[in-house]
Ligand binder design. Structure first.
Ligand code: NDP
Length: 262
């Protein structure tokens, strides 16, 4: 049988972990799939989508800077993409290109796996970019009690506001790019966390971020961004192949990625 083709498109793309994740899924799920990383500058997006429909693509993962720009080029958008206002997965089927967003599902799946209750609880989301929008959509769908957004753009990342807000929260999601340098954090480091509160960082490179370290010191439980990364990939696999990746494989691929990143 001819292989399926799939890709992650973005610019830059060299550091993407998606090829490692999807090649691991392919090998363990015994699929005849080629998965490539395509560096696609913004000027090439329109012709690339136009010519992709009639090729052997099963789908694409879409990353920066194309997540919003690709939306009007597609034939249809799933509710998940409309809700977040961005596309991170495309499914090509019968000459059509459909856009999805798996970030909300990827964010929620690890919380479900650890039986962390969301209904009626107090959440804080730090950041207001694309990832934060997916997180907020997922929290609202899960009947969260309240969501407070702290961000640089609305002037609420002041140490006092951060400290007081965190002291009341059951879940704090770090959805900015702070911490990717291994040093920066939206926290001051003097926060006292509620008993059983969870600090969830979406940043996965480095695996141990300053936010996670500070939160642990303040008494919180912690969750890093790798579990979301592999869960959104599993949700992609479901869209492309209608197959569920077993939890054991998700844990295995996560351990492999940790070794790559450390
Ligand atoms: P965006 O560029 O859309 O948003 C970035 C956010 O970070 C904005 O809210 C921005 O604030 C904030 N920010 C950047 N620098 C600072 C700073 N110095 N101080 C305060 N706030 C700052 O990126 P995304 O939302 O797509 O991604 C955010 C992070 O989440 C990235 O690190 C990404 O790797 C990670 N991510 C992880 C995923 C996973 O699967 N684990 C999935 C998706 C993203 P402002 O609006 O004020 O500019």
């Amino acid at each position: 049988m001819m292989p399926h083709w799939s890709a992650v498109i973005g610019d830059p793309i060299e550091h993407s972990l998606s090829p490692r994740i999807f090649r691991f899924f392919r090998d363990r799920m015994s699929r005849n799939l080629n998965y490539v990383a395509l560096r696609l500058p913004p000027s090439k997006l329109i012709p690339a989508v136009a010519s992709a429909r009639n090729r052997r693509w099963v789908g694409w993962n879409v990353t920066l800077p194309h997540k919003i720009a690709i939306m009007p080029l597609l034939d249809d958008l799933d509710d998940s993409a409309r809700e977040v206002g961005a596309v991170n997965v495309v499914r090509f089927l019968a000459g059509r290109a459909i856009g999805y967003n798996t970030d909300s599902e990827g964010f929620l799946a690890p919380l479900r796996a650890m039986s962390f209750p969301l209904e009626g609880r107090r959440a804080v989301v730090i950041g207001s970019g694309g990832a934060a929008k997916a997180v907020i959509a997922g929290l609202k769908r899960s009947k969260i009690g309240s969501v407070r957004i702290l961000s640089r753009s609305n002037g609420t990342l002041e140490p006092k506001i951060v400290r007081e807000t965190i002291a009341m929260a059951d879940l704090v999601v770090q959805a900015t790019s702070l911490g990717m340098d291994g040093e920066s954090s939206p926290l001051g480091g003097k926060e006292q966390w509620k008993r059983d509160a969870l600090a969830y960082d979406l940043v996965y490179r480095p695996v141990e971020t300053p936010f996670l370290c500070q939160a642990r010191e303040g008494g919180a439980k912690t969750l890093g961004g790798l579990s979301m990364l592999v869960s959104q990939a599993a949700a992609t696999w479901r869209i492309w192949f209608d197959e569920t990746i077993p939890n054991q494989l998700l844990l295995e691929v996560q351990e492999r990625l940790k070794k790559v990143l450390q």
